[in-house]
Design a protein around this ligand. Structure first.
Ligand SMILES: N[C@H](CCC[C@H](N)C(=O)O)C(=O)O
Length: 266
């Protein structure tokens, strides 16, 4: 079976498209095996994309985290799937359905954009002590669970240690959460680090986390309601901007997609 290894601004995936009859495999279990960094292909997640309709273009996309759990929303996986559908079928615009939610996607020369739906935003959801300082986390649902703390210096944080602690916080059980640390780096610019549930590690970038970071940073007055550059550990920033027609509910997240290699699964 052929696969693509592909990353969206450093968030890397094994992408299977055009599976045909193999579609009904136990992909959740396969995700754990294939995503293993030493014994598998190695990735943050496994993405299965299936063409449902040609005109208008509609794809069904499923994303499994490296620990085999289902991601109900993954901005970077959607962006990678849209890139591949553009490459395979020539679509420039399309709809991508993930966990029952329809996302719009637009592929241009340098960037791939997808929409993310913003749900409940709850200020001061929990507090944790970071480097001796009590720090609040707001929560923002962007298709999946995210909490966001605004801090002075994201690089001074042990993102894995604090991320793991907050991810398992009793107040957020049983679902847990992705954990984001955000720093303001100027007008309309943020720096973000994300500990991802399901990968159980810090990833190099996170699309739905970038949207959650911008929603919280906007609420807290750090940025205005227009395009925001979100820097990440990959050095390949994402841009988040409100959707023209539904600015309060929907955001676009865009940035680079890189096709690293193709291979055949043994
Ligand atoms: N990296 C992803 C988010 C994955 C979410 C996943 N970790 C979960 O909540 O299950 C993104 O680009 O949006």
């Amino acid at each position: 079976m052929r696969f693509r290894k592909i990353h969206g601004a450093g968030n890397d995936f094994i992408l299977l498209s055009n599976l045909g009859l193999d579609y009904d495999n136990d992909w959740s279990k396969e995700a754990e095996r294939l995503c293993a960094r030493r014994t598998g292909v190695g990735a943050d997640g496994l993405v299965i994309s299936r063409l449902i309709n040609d005109s208008p273009a509609v794809l069904e996309v499923a994303c499994f985290n490296a620990d085999s759990s289902v991601a109900t929303m993954c901005g970077n996986a959607l962006r990678c799937s849209a890139w591949a559908a553009h490459r395979d079928h020539g679509f420039q615009q399309m709809s991508l359905r993930m966990a029952g939610v329809v996302h719009e996607a637009v592929v241009s020369d340098e960037s791939v954009w997808v929409t993310a739906e913003v749900g409940a935003v709850l200020p001061r959801r929990l507090q944790a002590v970071i480097n001796g300082r009590p720090t609040w986390f707001d929560s923002a649902h962007t298709g999946t669970e995210h909490v966001v703390a605004i801090v002075d210096d994201v690089d001074a944080i042990d993102a894995v240690m604090v991320g793991r602690l907050v991810r398992h916080h009793i107040d957020l059980a049983p679902l847990g959460t992705n954990v984001n640390f955000v720093q303001s780096t100027g007008q309309q610019a943020l720096k973000l680090r994300t500990y991802e549930r399901g990968v159980e590690a810090e990833t190099l970038s996170c699309g739905s986390g970038a949207v959650a970071a911008v929603v919280v940073a906007t609420m807290r007055g750090l940025v205005a309601r227009r395009a925001v550059t979100v820097h990440n550990r990959a050095g390949e920033p994402l841009t988040v901007r409100p959707h023209d027609a539904r600015p309060n509910r929907t955001h676009w997240v865009g940035g680079p997609v890189t096709h690293t290699f193709e291979g055949v699964l043994a």
